[in-house]
Design a protein around this ligand. Sequence first.
Ligand code: 4NP
Length: 165
Amino acid sequence: MNGSAPDTGNKHKVLFVCLGNICRSPAAQGIFQAITDRDGASEFFHVDSAGTYSGHQGQLPDRRMRNAAQMRGYSLTHRARPVGMTDFLDFDVIVAMDDSNYGDLMHLAPSVEASRKIVRMADYLTTHSISYIPDPYYMGADGFELVLDLLEEACSNLYASLKDF
Ligand code: 4NP
């Protein structure tokens, strides 16, 4: 037994994944966590995020994303970490932000069963017709607002799809 591992026994375990784990996926994590908190359901979920690229490991989310998220009431305090093999065992749903993340995750997945856990965040969009969550890193402030708009809608629909199971 690992005494420090979180007890996630009966919880839905959701991992959000982007490239750097400093913009999109920590924002998705914060938004999804806020939705479960608001609905009094946070005890039923274990939510985390990770990146396919490890270069930002240990960093807080990008300041531009933290500021834009804070304006909407989300406090982003995650520290970036790379996706690891144990994530495919530890999580039930692994949510890719774009096709590149999706492909990288499919490549990393150690089994067919693990690959079935990987979904696309944009598949949970209902009013926006875009097939991926764009990388805002080289975009202006509008890019961060667009990403937050997309993540709020997708996280809400993802939560609705999981909460009764
Ligand atoms: P993210 O954004 O994948 O949404 O965290 C990026 C952050 C950093 C880099 C690229 C995308 N980068 O190249 O350093």
